[in-house]
Design a protein around this ligand. Structure first.
Ligand SMILES: [Mg+2]
Length: 264
C-alpha cells in the first residue's frame, strides 16, 4: 500500500513510461557495507555517527566540485581520526582508507527486493535508469560488483554530468537520455529531499523509499512538493505505482507477493 509521507492517500499516478532508481541504500545496503568498512578501520562501528557526519561534510564538498574523490577519501579519513585527537599525514590516511575501502567493497550487497523488482519492471516493458550522486568510475564498479552492470538503459552519475540530486538538471538529463518527458518518469530513492522531493520539483513522480520507517524530515514537512511524494517501505511496493503500465502476456503478475517468482 502506498501513501503520501504524512499518511494521506496519494493522487492518481498516471502513465509511467520509465523508472529511475537511486543506487546507494536503495539498491545496495550501502550503510551496512560502510559500517563493515568502519569496523575494519577502527575495530567497531560505535563511531558511526562521527563517520557519517564527516562523510556528509566531505561529500557536500565533492558534490560542489570543490574536491575530487581521491582528496575526499584522504581528507575524510584525516578529519575522522582528528575528531578523536589523532593527527595522521596523507600517506597514512591513504593507507588506512585503502584498507577500509577493501572491506567495504567486499560487503557490497543488494537488498533482497532489488532483483525481483527490476525483473518485474523489465517484464512490464519499462526502460530503467540509475541516477546517483557519486564518482563515476567508483559507482560503475559498484554496479558491476553486484551484477547490475547491464541492468539499466542509462546510468546518470553526478560527477559525469556535473549536476547532483536534487538539482532538477540531473533528472532532466535522465529524461532526455531516455527520450521521455519528465512527467512520464518515476524516480525512487532513499533520500527524501534529494531523491523524492528533487524528482517532484523536476516534474517527475517522486517516490521516497523509506525502508526504516523514518518520520518525514521536519525541515521539509508541509513544504513545496511534499504532498506529491509517494512513500513506500520496500521495492515490492513500487509495483503499485506503475500499475497503469501494461504487463505483457506471460509476464509475472503485479501483486507484490508475485515478485518472489519473477525471473532474475
Ligand atoms: Mg541513496
Amino acid at each position: 500500500m502506498t501513501s503520501a509521507p504524512d499518511g494521506s492517500a496519494t493522487r492518481d499516478t498516471g502513465q509511467i513510461k520509465a523508472v529511475c532508481l537511486d543506487i546507494d541504500d536503495t539498491l545496495l545496503d550501502s550503510e551496512r557495507a560502510s559500517r563493515c568498512g568502519l569496523r575494519a578501520l577502527v575495530g567497531s562501528d560505535r563511531a558511526w555517527p562521527v563517520w557519517q557526519r564527516t562523510t556528509d561534510q566531505f561529500y557536500s564538498r565533492f558534490s560542489s566540485a570543490e574536491i575530487d574523490f581521491d582528496v575526499l577519501c584522504v581528507e575524510r579519513t584525516q578529519a575522522f581520526f582528528a575528531a578523536f585527537g589523532e593527527r595522521i599525514d596523507a600517506v597514512e590516511a591513504a593507507r588506512r582508507e585503502s584498507h577500509r575501502m577493501a572491506a567495504m567493497q567486499h560487503a557490497w550487497r543488494l537488498f533482497d527486493d532489488v532483483v525481483p523488482c527490476l525483473a518485474w519492471l523489465r517484464a512490464a516493458g519499462l526502460p530503467l535508469a540509475a541516477i546517483t550522486n557519486a564518482p563515476g568510475r567508483y559507482q560503475r564498479d559498484k554496479l558491476a560488483s553486484v551484477g547490475l552492470a547491464d541492468a539499466f538503459d542509462i546510468v546518470v552519475i553526478s560527477e559525469e554530468v556535473g549536476h547532483s540530486k536534487p538539482d532538477p538538471h540531473i533528472f532532466g538529463i535522465a529524461a532526455e537520455q531516455l527520450g521521455r518527458e519528465p512527467g512520464e518518469l518515476l524516480h525512487v530513492g532513499d533520500r527524501f529531499e534529494a531523491d523524492a522531493l528533487g524528482a517532484v520539483r523536476a516534474g517527475l513522480r517522486g517516490v521516497w523509499l523509506n525502508r526504516a520507517g523514518h518520520a518525514v524530515p521536519e525541515p521539509v514537512r508541509g513544504g513545496s512538493g511534499v504532498r506529491e511524494v509517494a512513500a513506500i517501505g520496500d521495492l515490492h511496493e513500487l509495483v503499485d505505482l506503475v500499475v497503469p503500465a501494461p504487463v505483457p502476456h506471460g509476464a509475472v503478475g503485479r501483486e507484490p507477493r508475485d515478485l518472489a517468482g519473477a525471473p532474475a
